[in-house]
Design a protein around this ligand. Structure first.
Ligand code: NAD
Length: 364
């Protein structure tokens, strides 16, 4: 097994270092190779996704990614901005399925913006199609309108589209993931208004015929947005297109309290994947040693489960994270009165201790 380690920018290097330390104590046989990506790669090689980094990602069985970006690159032309590295990796590696668990740990219910009883024990999985939809559909651009409400006026347009194979493959990923959970899928669409999403609904329903043991319901996206904050625990697995998934997964992130706790996976057809925290490079706290490494550590656990077929090792990491939270350790983003505030390294030390069965200590 070979894991490509791409720490990136900002807090990326700090949090990935902790995840790698945790992976290294698991007694698994794997090789790691580290490469620059994002702003760091632009500084060194003049491109956010150099050929050498892309080749490493291609040759690896899985990729552990930190985060990229910094405000200082905002003036660069779009193709050279750090964030293009993620889009490039998704495109070149065919990473079409984005899995984002939203899990609210009992110990952190106070950090959620919803009432504790609505989120306590929340454990849902949002699956977002990542390479199609209105974000990539052609044609797109600006032009002078020849029809519509204002012929002759300047207008902008995008194209929403999904092909049958694109919907079929994300539907298969979803039903297979649901089989490992409580076998309940909600497919979110806007079939009442959009042709693309009537097609989405039809194809998901057809694929569902191959998974009779899984329950499928369809829901319009506006209702799904409401239900997510009204009764989020009623969901188990949610599957949707690229744009609706972008919005709903961030909404779900907030149910759990802190973006610093949320892992994610982006998978290809063969379950090779890129694993990264759901948050960005947080330039406002980079270099201070206060970033929460748990989303990245939990991303490493997802990597072991989905790409490297090591579910027992993934369970060990996830249990260790629960143990450090139970012991009261908190980075500043999840801190509340009565708990023990720690930095990135101390949180990593505590997870390491828990993974190896040692007592978790807090230095006061
Ligand atoms: P961000 O997610 O980096 O930060 C948002 C807020 O959350 C900040 O206050 C930050 O301090 C806090 N935060 C984020 N992760 C944290 C952690 N692990 N522990 C504690 N606090 C944490 O989003 P932003 O500020 O909008 O963007 C900063 C940069 O990151 C931009 O350049 C953006 O383009 C980039 N970005 C990259 C990715 C990625 O690499 N996948 C994703 C989103 C944003």
């Amino acid at each position: 097994m070979k894991i490509a380690i791409l720490p990136g920018d900002g807090i990326g290097t700090e949090i990935v270092a902790e995840a790698v330390r945790v992976l290294n104590v698991l007694d698994l046989q794997f090789e790691t190779e580290t490469a620059l990506v994002g702003g760091a790669a632009y500084e060194a090689h003049g491109h956010p996704l150099p050929e050498s980094t892309l080749n490493l990602a291609r040759s690896a069985d899985a990729i552990l990614f930190g985060a990229v970006g910094d405000w200082k690159y905002d003036q660069l032309e779009r193709a050279l901005r750090p964030e293009q590295a993620i889009l490039g990796l998704r495109k070149h590696l065919g990473l079409f399925a984005n899995l984002r668990p939203a899990l609210c740990y009992e110990q952190l219910t106070q950090a959620s913006s919803l009432k504790p009883e609505l989120v306590a024990g929340l454990d849902i999985l949002i699956i977002r199609e990542l390479t199609g939809d209105i974000y990539f559909g052609q044609p797109r651009g600006r032009r002078i309108a020849t029809d519509g409400h204002f012929p002759g006026a300047e207008e902008a347009f995008d194209t929403m589209r999904y092909s049958r194979p694109e919907i079929e493959r994300i539907a298969h990923v979803t039903f297979q993931a649901a089989r490992k959970r409580s076998k309940k899928v909600t497919s979110v669409d806007k079939a009442n208004v959009l042709e693309t999403f009537q097609f989405w609904k039809d194809v998901v329903t057809e694929v569902h015929a191959q998974y009779p043991d899984v329950e499928l319901q369809h829901m319009y996206v506006d209702n799904a947005a409401m239900q997510l904050v009204k009764a989020p625990k009623a969901f188990d697995v949610i599957v949707t297109g690229n744009m609706f998934g972008d919005i709903l997964s961030d909404e779900a992130a907030m149910l759990t309290g802190s973006i610093g706790m949320l892992p994610s996976a982006s998978l290809d057809r063969a379950n090779k994947g890129l694993y990264e925290p759901s948050h960005g490079s947080a330039p406002d706290i980079a270099g201070q040693g206060v970033a929460n490494p748990l989303a990245t550590i939990l991303s490493a656990a997802m990597m072991l489960r989905y790409s490297l077929n090591q579910p027992a090792a993934a369970d060990r990491i996830e249990s260790a994270v629960k143990a450090v939270l139970t012991a009261g350790l908190r980075t500043p983003d999840i801190w509340s009165a009565g708990t023990h505030k720690v930095g990135t390294r101390e949180m990593g030390d505590a997870v390491l201790a828990a993974v190896t069965g040692k007592t978790i200590t807090t230095k006061s």
